[in-house]
Design a protein around this ligand. Sequence first.
Ligand SMILES: [Zn+2]
Length: 89
Amino acid sequence: MRRSKANAQLGKRHDMLREIAATESFSAAPGGPYSRAAEALEAMQRIREGTYGTCADCGGRIPAARLQAKPEATRCVRCQVERERNTAA
Ligand SMILES: [Zn+2]
């Protein structure tokens, strides 16, 4: 079976996300550790679907620098700011 370099990198990222999900304690508090673990699990699902690195809201590319800083990010910076502004009110 032939594996591309990109797939190998995604596999590595997958492990990193699994680590985040495993080490975060599960708490039902809104905005607490649970939501971060849920985001990590969602990111794993997106890797499997091949949509990882694509913004869930606008469909645009999430910058690689953002994914390195926050591997579980599912939105581009613009949409994340927009979302936080809407939920903070
Ligand atoms: Zn976006």
